[in-house]
Design a binder for this molecule. Structure first.
Ligand SMILES: [Zn+2]
Length: 244
């Protein structure tokens, strides 16, 4: 690893390149997806700007941002990125997509606009995504698959279900599936099946070490993610949690 570079998981297809800039459960996640028409960012965790700069990626290449859900490790870097675009004088419209009723993303954006009502040189279009919705950023087609994800707090157990999506991103016949955070659910299997690459969360090390309820409602384990990943042509595991 050269000085200043982070340990990035990458995958190069014929027309899409995927770089998992950082993904660790409970810390941060941001995934950079690039085609010749520009880049999409999936999630914007804490440290996003640092990771873009360390990997010599130009934030201005970002044509849109898509959020899987509103947990802090997926949205913590959004305010910084918006501030960076404002400082750099971005003029291009910035589309931001998040699951409908994802209060965290929409309130970060609204707060940013409220702070600087007259000095943001670019427009932000914030859209709530519904199940099975299809939309386009640059030349990439995106389809939303609702996944099952509940919050959890150590000592307080499993909290309420939150709006969460996985996404299938296609460009020139190539398809990438991004699970986001999810428990095992039928929609996840549908999302992953036949994709050229599946990027799957694997927060828990082993299914045997956690309850069935956590695996159904909160996160996948490595063994479950691997089993699901086999229905895609290739897969990588991300968002690992603490390992002994
Ligand atoms: Zn989460």
């Amino acid at each position: 690893m050269r000085n200043g570079e982070t340990n990035v998981q990458s995958w190069q297809g014929k027309s899409i390149r995927v770089s998992v800039l950082y993904s660790r459960a409970g810390v941060a996640q941001h995934i950079w997806i690039e085609s010749e028409s520009g880049s999409i960012l999936i999630d914007a965790g804490d440290g996003l700007l640092r990771d873009l700069v360390s990997n010599r990626l130009a934030p201005n290449q970002i044509r849109g941002i898509i959020f899987t859900h509103g947990h802090f490790d997926h949205v913590g870097g959004l305010h910084s990125l918006l501030g960076f675009f404002r400082m750099k004088g971005r003029e291009e419209l910035l589309p931001i997509y998040a699951p409908k009723e994802c209060k965290e993303v929409f309130s970060i954006v609204n707060n940013f606009i409220r702070c600087y009502p007259d000095t943001i040189p670019f427009k932000i279009s914030c859209r709530g995504v519904q199940a099975q919705q299809v939309f386009q950023i640059a030349d990439m087609m995106i389809k939303a698959y609702p996944v099952v994800h509940f919050g959890s707090i150590n000592g307080s157990g499993i909290l309420n279900q939150i709006p969460a999506m996985g996404y299938r991103i296609s460009h020139k016949g190539e398809t990438i599936a991004i699970s986001g955070d999810t428990g095992i659910c039928p929609s996840l299997k549908e999302l992953v099946k036949g994709a050229d690459l599946a990027v799957l969360e694997a927060t828990y090390q082993k299914s045997a070490k956690v309850s069935k309820e956590l695996l159904e409602k909160v996160h996948l384990s490595e063994d479950l993610a691997q089993e699901i990943g086999k229905s895609a042509k290739d897969f990588i595991l991300v968002h690992k949690g603490k390992r002994e």
